[in-house]
Design a protein around this ligand. Structure first.
Ligand SMILES: NC(=O)c1ccc[n+]([C@@H]2O[C@H](COP(=O)([O-])OP(=O)(O)OC[C@H]3O[C@@H](n4cnc5c(N)ncnc54)[C@H](OP(=O)(O)O)[C@@H]3O)[C@@H](O)[C@H]2O)c1
Length: 418
């Protein structure tokens, strides 16, 4: 975590127009970010919040809607650039339907291929990059934004899981600011604002997902539909399955380890089914601070964009007059073995994060396609992790190689062709 208050950042924050690039704009975090930008243009008249560019992978129509929406609040001289990471999708749809119909307005505003996301993240016109692509696919563009000294609002936790030390090194050599969007990490970040001493414990809260009270046997029989039915959060399918296995919390343990620079044994997980307390920090004097708000990602997204300013937000506020039961329960590592993997990987670092992440992404995809059982996801990840040749200080290239290896290995262990 390195929010910097160098002069260049103060100047950039004071600029009358804030250019925001949203990578993964068509997803759950991406669309919530567009809502936040619309709101900021109403509540922060001193600055114009401009959707400079937005990326999609498969949902072309959704991206075109987002562009049309942005055109309603930002001037014609600041059109929203469209980025398509999947070349084939973009070619077949966009060129024929939109840019050719309206070549003047959109000429030059469409870029295709994964490298176009990296180039956009490096553009000197961009102030803030919202990293909201799901999975390891978000790694290169997030690293490019950090190298280029941007403010990075990080939703893509997989970047830190795969390459935490690489990110840290790049942050040390760049004026970039990395601000958390994950509600738990945003909560911790908010609680740490006035503290000069390192905290004693970070307590990540977890909703417990749809299977919080289920037995292992019941989880073994979980269907795609039951695993996708999250009780408190509406999110994309991958993170929703990660929440059901609690692999999401495992990834967040690793994310917290790199964001806040504390060892794994200073991180705890507590189950909090209401998702109001987003996380807590225990300080050296034993005092515990928490951040509370109803589950809505617009608040942490907005805080990452406007930090250190706090501006009115569209997200609902915590209704203190209501009869709330704010329960906190110990996390059950036996029923949710993903948590143990998270602590283990946060402890050893090295190649373990890249292997766990890739095995999990592959396994979640296979579960969603109906090819493996729910409990195979974490069992398979544990198996792949145990069988990899651990290296303590891998370069980025090695991590990317291992990503491919772990995906193949997971399929092999599930008796599926590569
Ligand atoms: N949703 C939440 O509440 C939440 C909370 C905290 C953290 N996060 C994190 O935020 C990230 C995004 O989550 P989400 O729930 O918003 O996911 P999502 O709804 O599935 O959206 C994913 C986004 O990534 C794009 N994408 C998918 N595959 C891609 C690829 N190979 N290359 C480039 N772009 C690709 C998608 O494009 P198309 O839609 O066009 O295919 C979409 O814009 C994840 O890392 C997640 O862990 C999410």
């Amino acid at each position: 975590m390195n929010p910097k208050s160098s002069e260049s950042h103060l100047e950039s924050r004071d600029r009358p127009q804030q250019n925001v690039l949203v990578l993964g704009a068509t997803g759950s975090i991406g669309t919530a970010t567009v809502d936040v930008l619309r709101n900021l243009n109403q509540v922060d008249p001193a600055r114009r919040w401009c959707l400079w560019g937005a990326s999609a992978h498969s949902r072309v129509d959704k991206l075109l809607e987002i562009q049309a929406e942005a055109e309603r609040w930002q001037s014609q001289s600041s059109p929203c650039r469209l980025l398509f990471s999947d070349q084939d999708v973009a070619k077949s749809r966009v060129e024929s339907e939109r840019s050719l119909q309206n070549p003047v307005n959109h000429a030059g505003s469409i870029s295709v291929g994964p490298e176009s996301l990296v180039q956009a993240a490096q553009s000197p016109e961009v102030d803030t990059v919202v990293a909201a692509i799901v999975g390891r696919a978000g790694l290169e563009s997030t690293l490019a934004a950090i190298e280029s000294g941007k403010r990075v609002a990080l939703a893509n936790k997989e970047t830190l899981v795969v390459a935490g030390p690489v990110v840290q090194e790049k942050l040390n050599n760049s004026p970039a600011e990395l601000l958390p969007v994950d509600s738990e990490h945003s909560a911790i970040f908010q609680c740490l604002q006035d503290s000069k001493n390192s905290p004693r414990k970070l307590i990540l809260t977890a909703s417990g997902g749809p299977f919080r009270t289920c037995t292992k046997q019941q989880m073994a029989e979980a269907t795609r539909e039951s695993a996708l039915a999250h009780p408190t959060w509406e999110m994309g399918p991958k993170i929703t399955i990660d929440s059901a296995t609690m692999m999401n919390k495992a990834l967040e343990i690793i994310e917290a380890r790199w964001l806040f620079g504390l060892p794994a044994d200073a991180i705890e997980v507590m189950v909090h089914p209401q998702s109001i307390i987003h996380s807590m920090v225990e300080f050296q004097d034993g005092s515990v601070l928490s951040q509370m708000s109803p589950p809505d990602m617009r608040l942490p997204i907005q805080y990452a964009l406007t930090y250190p300013d706090r501006l009115p937000c569209d997200a609902p506020i915590f209704d203190r007059q209501k009869n709330w039961n704010l329960d906190l329960e110990a996390a059950d590592l036996d029923r949710f073995p993903a948590l143990g993997l998270g602590f283990e990987v946060a402890k050893v670092g090295g190649t373990a994060g890249a292997v766990l992440n890739a095995a999990n992404e592959e396994a979640v995809g296979l579960f969603l396609d109906g090819k493996i059982r729910f409990t195979d996801i974490v069992d398979g990840c544990a198996d792949v992790l145990r069988h990899h040749n651990f290296e303590p200080s891998p370069p980025l290239g090695r991590l990317l190689q291992l990503d491919g290896w772990a995906r193949g290995e997971l399929r092999k262990r599930m008796n599926l062709p590569s």
